[in-house]
Design a protein around this ligand. Structure first.
Ligand SMILES: [Zn+2]
Ligand SMILES: [Zn+2]
Length: 484
């Protein structure tokens, strides 16, 4: 690979780019910087795992890491289907209501947009923690109890389409291609700060959002709640009084952990919670406040709830981890790699596909990731779900071998055969597992084991409590216990 490709990719991740190379006249000219960064995301994740191993620290948990990547693919799959929708509102405001036109190729426009996007991000992010209905989307990003590069990929589907509202003031002057460039770099920059292997960046800590500042943002210790909202710059937090430095060791995640690896549940659970809370809260105005006040608000409390109502946690804290055998972790890693490569191929050749094929592929990606979550959560029919997935994948891979796609969608025959072989082997594996699970095949060892393991039972009961009382990430209180 050309060295300049690597250095350019690295510079983009750290937002070290010049206005010259990143100013474009039309939206069609703007590169997909996020997709181009996929290989760098993978490399960073592998390097981080190696460094953590060398430092003899806890590495990336396979279940948590893969579920974070799943949420990233979920979020991106919706863009795969609805490309163009995100920019619609921005382009509409720019075309109909712009107050003046900034030249697309001026370094000043570039600088104004850089600061403008980061400023709007600060307010979007702050509101995402302070307004319950916006938090319902943003909590996805905070649902991991780990903090590593995979956590950066844990993104919400809904947030893609709602956060744009906060950037519309920029559309009164900044051309859409310039906004699109900076919105991508703002997001890219936030990838590398999700790590524990970087401690302090010295004087840069005063200006930039850094791993240390963002660790605090992901914390559920009381001192971390509603702090450090910055995207690229930390100056907004210092200006508006939401900054706090990292002092005590951070415990990551939601104040009431989601206790699930189901990517669907992680994406939608807080909306269900809001519906329930709106239903049980008395008074029309109070029902409205459930949506618009902080996630921890209940009638009689201040807008953001009380910090004393949040569990007072300190490291080390117990994490949700039902655990699966090593072979199952390896299996999920292999199939996740196949899914991500397949997804990357699909995005690359999106324009060549029919709407029906795109829809079928999207359903396949969502179902695949749901199966992995079910395996990690020890769901009852997980083996059967995975068996079903392998079955249709064997049929699809066989079809592609006999009738290989042509043109841009063409794939290497060797790769198709290898994938076909993996799915046939997986089908046999899950066929056996399903028969064992359903009691058709059982060894003396299986008969001695209880149907539900102790660990599973313990987390199941925890999950039902969490579901009923699940709070959120800004101020996240145990609402049920408050009512009792
Ligand atoms: Zn946040
Ligand atoms: Zn984050």
């Amino acid at each position: 690979m050309d060295v300049s490709v690597i250095t350019t990719g690295l510079r983009r991740i750290f937002y070290v780019v010049s206005p010259n190379e990143t100013s474009f006249k039309t939206l069609e000219d703007v590169p997909d910087y996020i997709q181009a960064a996929f290989p760098f995301f993978t490399t960073f994740i592998i390097v981080e795992a190696i460094v953590l191993a060398l430092q003899k620290k806890n590495g990336i948990r396979i279940n948590d890491g893969l579920v974070s990547i799943s949420a990233g693919v979920f979020s991106e799959t919706s863009k795969f289907l609805l490309k163009g929708v995100i920019m619609f509102a921005y382009i509409y405001v720019y075309d109909h209501w712009k107050l003046f036109t900034l030249p697309w190729n001026s370094p000043w426009t570039w600088l104004i947009c850089f600061i403008g996007v980061d400023f709007c991000y600060y307010w979007f992010h702050r509101m995402a923690h302070e307004v319950n209905v916006i938090w319902a989307a943003h909590q996805v990003h905070h649902s991991s109890e780990e903090y590593n590069f995979t956590t950066a990929l844990r993104q919400s589907v809904v947030q893609n389409y709602t956060s744009i509202v906060f950037y519309l003031p920029l559309a009164l002057a900044v051309p859409p291609p310039m906004y699109m460039v900076h919105s991508q770099f703002n997001l890219l920059y936030q990838f590398w700060i999700h790590t524990e292997i970087v401690h302090s960046l010295g004087p840069l800590e005063y200006i930039l959002n850094t791993p240390s500042h963002h660790r605090v943002h992901h914390g559920r210790n009381r001192y971390c709640i509603d702090k450090n909202y910055g995207g690229t710059l930390i100056i907004w937090d210092r200006l508006f009084g939401t900054f706090t430095p990292e002092t005590e060791e951070v415990v990551y995640g939601l104040t009431h952990p989601v206790a699930s690896f189901d990517p669907n549940y992680i994406q939608w659970c807080h909306y269900m919670h809001i519906l329930r809370m709106t239903w049980v809260t008395p008074g029309l105005l109070n029902k409205l406040w459930v949506l618009l006040k902080g996630p921890g608000w209940v009638p009689g409390k201040s807008r953001l709830g009380c910090i004393e109502d949040i569990p007072d946690v300190h490291a080390p804290a117990e994490k949700y981890d039902p655990g699966v055998p090593a072979w199952c972790n390896l299996y999920c890693m292999l199939h996740m790699a196949i899914t991500v490569l397949h997804y990357d191929h699909a995005v690359r050749y999106r324009e060549e596909m029919s709407a029906v094929l795109m829809l079928v592929l999207s359903v396949h990606f969502v179902y695949t990731l749901t199966c992995f979550g079910a395996l990690f959560d020890h769901r009852n029919r997980a083996s059967l779900m995975e068996f079903g997935r392998c079955l249709y994948c064997v049929v699809a891979a066989g079809y592609l071998e006999v009738f290989p796609p042509e043109g841009a969608l063409a794939m290497s025959t060797l790769l198709c055969r290898a994938v076909h072989f993996v799915f046939v082997a997986s089908l046999l594996l899950w066929g056996m597992q399903s028969l064992r699970h359903e009691g058709f095949l059982s060894t003396a060892d299986d008969r001695r084991k209880p149907a539900v393991t102790h660990t599973q039972e313990r987390w199941e009961s925890k999950r039902s409590i969490t579901t009923a009382t699940y709070g959120s990430g800004g101020h996240r209180l145990n609402v049920q216990s408050k009512r009792e």
